[in-house]
Write a protein that binds this ligand. Structure first.
Ligand SMILES: *Cc1c(COP(=O)(O)O)cnc(C)c1O
Length: 377
C-alpha cells in the first residue's frame, strides 16, 4: 500500500519528516556544544514512532544513545537498531524483577535507590550479562533518585564494586527548566553538582539537560551529554513564556480529509449538546477524526486549515468525527490540516496545546493508533 493509499483509506494521517528530525538533532547539538545526544524516544517517540525515530537518528545523525520509559519500549527499539553497541536507557522507575531481562537486552535502567540495586543484584546472580545503570539524583523532581550525598554514595560504591553492575551515567531531571522564575532550577543544578563532585564521579557520566535546559540554560550547566525529547520533534517546550533561540522544524503534520460536505440552514445545530447553531445558511464539512484519534474534546472551536485558510471546528469534537466550517462547497477529499502548514498559514502543536489547555507533549503522545504514520523526507 502506498502512502497516499493509507491516507485515502483512513481519511487521516500523521506525516513525519525525517529531515526535520535530523535537522533538529543537529541544531540542538550545535546550540549546546554537546558531544553526545541521548535522544528521548519514549511514548513511541512522542507519538511519532520510536523505531522510526531511532533508526532515522542512528543512520542520519550518528546518534548512538536513546532513552525510553519502559522495558517493553526498550525491547522494541533494541530490535530495530543494528547492534547492541547502541545504548538504550530506561528513564522511568522500573520493576526490579525485570533486572535480568534488562541486562540480557542491554537496556540501561535509571536507578533511584540502594534497595533497588540490592534486589537487582539477587536477581542477577545467574545472569552472565552485566547491568549498566544510570544513577538518579532527586534534586527536586520528586519522582525517583537519591536524595542525599550519603545515599548516592552507597549506590555508587555498590555499582563500582559489584561485577553485576556497570556505571553508565548519573543524572538529574529539572522540574522547572522552562519556567521564568529560575530559583528552583538553580537550586536543582547546585544540588546535583555538589553531590557528584563531592563523590568524584567523572563528568563524562553526567547528563542533566532536557529540552528546556538545552534551549535556555545551556551555558549554565554541563552539556557534554544532553538528554532531550521535545526539541527533536521540533517544538518548544517553553512556549509561550520563551521563544526558541534556535530554529526548530516541526516533524509531524496531522491532517484529515473532508469526506462529507453539506449545507446547514440558519438555526440548525451541530454535534452533541447542539452547542453550535448556524446564524445563516452555511457550508460545512465532516472529517473522520475525533477525540479517539487524539484530537481532544477541548479543541472544540479550534482553527483548522483548509486550502490555506483558517476555518473552525463547529460544535463539540466527537469520538470519530468533527465538523468544520467551509467558505463554500469544496470537493470531497479536500485536505484539512489540524497540525501543520498549508500555504502561508500554520497551526503549530504549541498553538493547539495552548488552545486545548494542555501541553504539546500530551497532544502528540495522544495521537491515536488509528492514524497511520506516513514518512516524508
Ligand atoms: C521525558 C524526559 C526527558 C525529555 O524531556 P524533554 O523536555 O522532552 O526534552 C528527559 N529526561 C527525563 C528523565 C525524562 O523523563
Amino acid at each position: 500500500m502506498t502512502k497516499e493509499d493509507a491516507y485515502s483509506e483512513r481519511g487521516a494521517a500523521f506525516f513525519r519528516s525525517s529531515s526535520a528530525l535530523v535537522a533538529n538533532a543537529k541544531a540542538i547539538m550545535a546550540h549546546t556544544g554537546a558531544k553526545r545526544l541521548i535522544a528521548v524516544i519514549k511514548a513511541d517517540a512522542y507519538g511519532h514512532g520510536a523505531t522510526w525515530a531511532a533508526t532515522t537518528l542512528a543512520k542520519q545523525a550518528a546518534v548512538h544513545d536513546f532513552a525510553v520509559a519502559t522495558v517493553v519500549e526498550g525491547e522494541e527499539v533494541r530490535s530495530a537498531l543494528p547492534d547492541d553497541s547502541y545504548h538504550i536507557i530506561l528513564l522511568g522507575v522500573q520493576n526490579v524483577a525485570l533486572a535480568a531481562r534488562m541486562a540480557n537486552q542491554h537496556l540501561e535502567p535509571a536507578v533511584g535507590s540502594l534497595d533497588w540495586l540490592l534486589t537487582a543484584r539477587d536477581n542477577l546472580v545467574d545472569s552472565a550479562a552485566t547491568l549498566r545503570v544510570h544513577l538518579a539524583v532527586d534534586t527536586g523532581m520528586g519522582r525517583m533518585g537519591a536524595k542525599s550525598k550519603a545515599e548516592l554514595s552507597s549506590m555508587y560504591q555498590l555499582v563500582m564494586a559489584d561485577p553485576h553492575f556497570e556505571l553508565a551515567g548519573v543524572f538529574t531531571h529539572f522540574a522547572t527548566a522552562d519556567d521564568a522564575n529560575q530559583a528552583y532550577y538553580d537550586q536543582q543544578k547546585a544540588d546535583f553538582l555538589s553531590v557528584v563532585q563531592a563523590l568524584g564521579i567523572d563528568q563524562k557520566y553526567w547528563h542533566l539537560a532536557n529540552s528546556g535546559s538545552a534551549l535556555l540554560h545551556h551555558d549554565e550547566i554541563p552539556t557534554e551529554t544532553i538528554r532531550v525529547g521535545s526539541v527533536l520533534y521540533g517544538y518548544n517546550p517553553a512556549y509561550p513564556a520563551y521563544e526558541s533561540p534556535i530554529k526548530l522544524e516541526p516533524v509531524g503534520q496531522f491532517v484529515g480529509k473532508i469526506w462529507g460536505v453539506h449545507q446547514l440552514l440558519a438555526g440548525e445545530a451541530v454535534s452533541y449538546g447542539a452547542t453550535y447553531v448556524a446564524k445563516e445558511d452555511e457550508w460545512v464539512g465532516t472529517v473522520p477524526v475525533g477525540y479517539a484519534d487524539g484530537y481532544r474534546r477541548t479543541l472544540s472551536g479550534m482553527s483548522v486549515l483548509i486550502n490555506g485558510q483558517r476555518q473552525k471546528i463547529l460544535g463539540r469534537v466527537t469520538m470519530d468525527q468533527v465538523v468544520v466550517s467551509l467558505p463554500g462547497p469544496v470537493p470531497i477529499n479536500t485536505d484539512v490540516t489540524f497540525i501543520g502548514q498549508d500555504g502561508a498559514e500554520r497551526i503549530s502543536v504549541e498553538e493547539l496545546a495552548e488552545y486545548g489547555q494542555t501541553i504539546p507533549h500530551e497532544i502528540l503522545t495522544g495521537i491515536g493508533r488509528r492514524i497511520p504514520r506516513i514518512d516524508v523526507k
